[in-house]
Design a protein around this ligand. Structure first.
Ligand code: SF4
Length: 70
């Protein structure tokens, strides 16, 4: 089972908690909305990043990160 990461950018408010937890998978950049938003750098991260990806999803203040298994 491989990890699959998706985000709801509509609800992301650029707190950068995700970037702090797992910079291998998440970046936060300026958006057209006028404030920073998350970018997923790899939507199928390796197993070695599982703990960090799950931490990012858990601690995202807006709960916009979804991690599933494929
Ligand atoms: S922690 Fe959540 S709300 Fe903040 S930038 Fe990351 S995905 Fe967006």
């Amino acid at each position: 089972m491989a990890l699959k990461v998706s985000v709801d950018r509509e609800l992301c408010q650029g707190h950068s908690v995700c970037l702090g937890e797992c910079p291998e998978v998440f970046d936060v950049v300026e958006s057209d909305e006028g404030y920073p938003q998350v970018v997923v750098l790899q939507d199928a991260p390796p197993e070695a990043l599982r703990e960090k990806v799950l931490a990012a999803a858990q601690y995202c203040p807006n709960h916009v990160i979804t991690v599933s298994e494929e």
